[in-house]
Design a protein around this ligand. Structure first.
Ligand SMILES: C[S@@+](CC[C@H](N)C(=O)[O-])C[C@H]1O[C@@H](n2cnc3c(N)ncnc32)[C@H](O)[C@@H]1O
Length: 368
């Protein structure tokens, strides 16, 4: 038994709905797997150290049709354990969770604090919240399951010793800091629109600021209202786009899109830039950059053995040039890994990032 398994006291199966969703390689979407029709497959999903998608398209897609976007899930067990470990929940703590999902993590929290009365969990989707309430009651847990927007926290039960978000965020909501006691801890998957998020642990201070370090890679779904969005240029727009060549080679482009290499840094230096990477087939990869607000877009088309590769750009921003410059900055800065970064949220809500220490000269404010 590995360490993380020992930390997850509550079994997962009672919290997993009888219909879950899996990748469908034929459509690039998601199809339903029903426990009634295929118990062995459902059981294998429950027992794997993988996330389980429990809702797609905010519940608007029915089993039997193809889902496009996961909108609720039961998170990957080893990552749930890592987040709980970072949270350092103790008996008697008052805990706020944002993103109830299946309720499995709320049950883990209830076990840790000793009573469900001290756990509040907020879920934005009423149907998901209803299922979680039933699963929690059935398993003998009684946290408060609140249906609502968790970015507002839940003031009636504040202040909290611990706040944990199990959906990822681009900005730490002010309400979470205001509702955490000084010395309390906030844990969330946090990052920009460019690539994955980092497990981030902030301590709340007397002056209303919060600060802490970034850690391991967490690929969580975005909290509603902060979701990423992409552009699909029309054929006419594509024809009118600037076309240049990138002098970057395959290794550099790999670093530019990889969390543990340059991607986390690039996201911190290039605001409002959503990265997508599509492997069209074994020989063709598309790296695209999207800023829906300014309607700027860029695409590098990689063809095996055919470099230098073409870059198309359109809109008022030259996103590829911005990302390329941020990559050069990362190289000059000694290629800092995500775990060398920290975040300070000031009392007025500014998000400042720094490398190694808050007073490092490499400290800057993010723009959203
Ligand atoms: C990865 S799932 C949570 C996993 C969950 N903790 C568990 O144990 O199964 C993320 C959840 O966050 C919810 N969510 C998204 N935006 C939200 C918001 N603004 N407020 C509260 N919940 C939100 C989603 O509906 C989804 O159920």
């Amino acid at each position: 038994m590995t360490d993380w398994r020992e930390q997850l006291i509550v079994p997962r199966a009672p919290f997993i709905p009888s219909v879950v969703w899996v990748d469908d390689p034929t459509t690039d979407g998601f199809v339903a797997v029903s426990r009634n029709d295929d118990e062995p497959r459902w059981r294998a999903l429950v027992e794997a150290d993988e996330p389980i998608i429990t809702q797609v398209d905010d519940g608007t897609t029915e089993p039997g049709t193809t889902g496009l976007q996961p909108s609720s899930s039961c998170s990957q067990p080893s990552l749930v354990a890592a987040m709980l470990s970072a949270l350092e929940v103790r008996e008697g703590h008052r805990v706020l969770e944002i993103g109830t999902g299946t309720g499995w993590n709320a049950a883990q929290l209830s076990e840790r604090v000793g009573t469900g009365e001290h756990v509040v969990t907020v879920e934005v989707d009423p149907a998901v919240a209803g299922d979680a309430r039933r699963a929690l009651t059935g398993a003998g847990y009684s946290p408060w399951v609140v249906t609502g927007d968790g970015t507002n926290g839940y003031p009636p039960a504040a202040p909290y010793d611990r706040v944990i978000c199990t959906a990822s965020v681009r900005a730490i909501p002010r309400a979470w800091i205001d509702q955490t006691r000084p010395g309390g801890v906030i844990v969330a998957p946090w990052g920009t629109d460019y690539g994955d998020d980092a497990l981030t642990r902030l301590e709340v201070h007397e002056d209303g600021s919060a600060s802490g370090r970034c850690g391991i890679n967490l690929a969580f779904m975005r909290i509603r209202h902060q979701r990423r969005d992409f552009l699909e240029p029309t054929a006419d727009e594509l024809n009118a786009a600037d076309a240049t060549r990138t002098t970057r080679g395959g290794r550099e482009l790999f670093e530019m899109v990889t969390f543990a290499r340059a991607a986390f840094t690039i996201g911190l230096r290039v605001p409002s830039c959503y990265l997508t990477v599509e492997d069209v087939d074994e020989d063709h990869r598309l790296i695209e950059l999207h800023d829906v607000r300014s309607r700027s877009w860029a695409r590098a088309t990689l063809v095996r053995g055919k470099d230098p590769w073409t870059v198309h750009q359109l809109g008022p921003r030259r996103l590829w040039n911005e990302v390329d410059a941020a990559y050069a900055w990362w190289c000059d800065a000694g290629k800092p890994t995500p775990d060398r970064y920290g975040l300070t949220v000031t009392p007025d809500g500014r998000h400042d990032v720094w490398i190694d220490a808050p007073d490092d000269e490499r400290r800057w404010s993010l723009t959203f």
